[in-house]
Design a binder for this molecule. Sequence first.
Ligand code: AMP
Length: 115
Amino acid sequence: MADKTLFQKIADREIPAEIVYEDDLCLCFRDINPQAPVHLLLVPRKPVPRIAEATPEDQELLGHLFSRVRLIAEQEGFATAGFRTVVNNGPHGGEEVPHLHIHLLAGRQMTWPPG
Ligand code: AMP
């Protein structure tokens, strides 16, 4: 079996993290190096490496993740003020962890274009 990814280890409680939401398909925890007052990572339990490698079989999972964004934004209190979602993909995208994750950034005014 392939080695577990960092985020699988967090899901399996082998590495600590502050988990704010979880269900059968995904979990959401605080980023260890926050880039905003609120910085969460929403991660599928399935180790899809990155969005560019998601398959048609993952369609329902991707929909589930984005449906959880709303729920988590409301739960964590930043739905009304607004927030940013980011999915880094590959070297030019700035991806560091090869396990699909949606960044949820909130608590300050975001700027555009991103770096
Ligand atoms: P990316 O650059 O899109 O692959 O994002 C990876 C994110 O994982 C970065 O924002 C890191 O700060 C975050 N990260 C790395 N290790 C941990 C950890 N142990 N717990 C929580 N977040 C982490």
